[in-house]
Design a protein around this ligand. Structure first.
Ligand SMILES: Cc1ncc(COP(=O)(O)O)c(C=O)c1O
Length: 371
């Protein structure tokens, strides 16, 4: 059996450290916004090279509150890729603004920057690029377009902790540090995952940071004094304690994922009917997902499943064709690349410390399936 993602491998290596971190929280009794939340926020901000980070209850909460903190609401439009996890679009809908979808690039699966400007109207307030599968979107171009049209940029970094991209200044920048706000998810299987739900925003803007401290905590300015309609969207101290332990390993885990991806790429090179991931030289892909494309996807999927290999389709239905969004009146054919990719994409097992022999076995099965 080869799991799609195997957390037990990393947990085994840090069992003692995780237990110690949790015991300290239990001894201190500071379960809500405790010491570890504050410390983790500082450490994560440092990791992303930003001034501020705020711990939240999930990646979806981070995206929703990011829209809310920028004043996005009814009558506004926000540009979102048509091919992403639905949470990116849901966050916009929660504010009563309208998600406006844009097709993706066929090689990177990220938002097609050449199609953004034609989607901008007088109501557009922001763009949410998604660093899908762990590969940074084309941030230099997205920031250029946003500046030209006076739009905010919210990075959906839920799948890309620690990925980097070379920017205008020739320096490498970490995802989540380039837009107005970066949003992260700590869903357990993410590159940096909690033992439950969790999320984070990153920003260099002190005003946004201060707003988030209130938004996540009932709009509180003191214990029973509330300055705005806030929410209960805090990161648990226990999760922060675990995430602090794991953050120290993140770079080496990402490196391990990159190594596994390189092995897959090498072994799958030239296999007819299989398209391997394309990663630009000007960035580091952190392979939250290692996705290939095949016109024989069903055969590949079934053969892998039949041989006890965990596979997942990220994602079978593009957002504009989801029932949840019928009222936006998009139809089949509106975003042909997203629709094609949704039919051909298939995610293979990848996780830190994955054994080379397991990768070889997965590739052998794929070769058998596509003949
Ligand atoms: C691209 C993307 N955006 C947003 C989210 C939402 O994050 P969460 O599950 O923590 O709410 C996810 C994670 O599932 C995601 O993959």
């Amino acid at each position: 059996m080869i799991h799609f993602s195997d957390l037990s491998l990393q947990h085994k290596k840090m069992w003692k450290e995780m237990n110690l971190a949790m015991s300290k929280v239990i001894k201190r009794n500071d379960y809500i916004l405790g010491e570890d939340v504050q410390e983790f926020e500082k450490e994560f901000a440092q990791f992303c090279h930003v001034k501020y980070a705020v711990g939240l209850s999930s990646g979806t909460a981070a995206l929703f509150l990011a829209c809310e903190s920028l004043g996005i609401g009814s009558g506004d439009e926000v540009i979102v890729p048509a091919f992403t996890y639905i949470a990116t679009a849901l966050a916009v809908s929660y504010t009563k603004a309208k998600p406006v979808f844009v097709d993706i690039e066929e090689n990177t699966y990220n938002i097609d920057v050449s199609k953004i400007e034609s989607a901008i109207t007088k109501n557009t307030k922001a763009i949410i690029p998604v660093h899908l599968y762990g590969q940074p979107a084309n941030m230099p171009e997205i920031l250029r377009i946003a500046k030209k049209h006076g739009l905010k940029v919210i990075e959906d970094s839920a799948q890309a902790h620690g990925a980097t991209i070379k920017m205008f200044d020739g320096n490498w920048h970490v995802t989540g540090s380039m837009g107005d706000i970066g949003c992260f998810s700590f869903y357990p299987s993410k590159n940096l995952g909690a033992l439950g739900d969790g999320g984070m925003i990153t920003t260099n803007d002190e005003g946004i940071y201060k707003k988030f401290l209130m938004l996540r905590d009932y709009g509180r300015v003191s214990k029973y004094e509330h300055a705005m309609i806030g929410y209960n969207s805090r990161l648990d101290t226990l999760q922060a304690a675990i995430l602090r332990v794991k953050l120290k390993k993140l770079d080496s885990w990402n490196e391990s994922r990159r190594k596994s991806a390189a092995i897959y790429n090498k072994l799958l090179k030239g296999v007819e009917g299989v398209v391997t991931p394309f990663a630009k030289d000007s960035l580091t892909h952190v392979y939250h997902v290692y996705a290939i494309r095949s016109t024989m996807r069903e055969k590949v999927f079934n053969h892998l499943k039949a041989n006890a290999v965990g596979v997942v389709i990220h994602y079978p239905i593009p957002i504009h064709l989801q029932k949840a969004y019928t009222e936006l009146k998009y139809k089949k054919g509106d975003f042909p690349v997203s629709e094609k990719v949704a039919q051909e994409i298939i995610s293979l097992p990848i996780y830190p410390y994955m054994k080379e022999k397991d990768i070889k076995f997965v590739v052998k099965l794929i070769k058998e399936a596509v003949v």
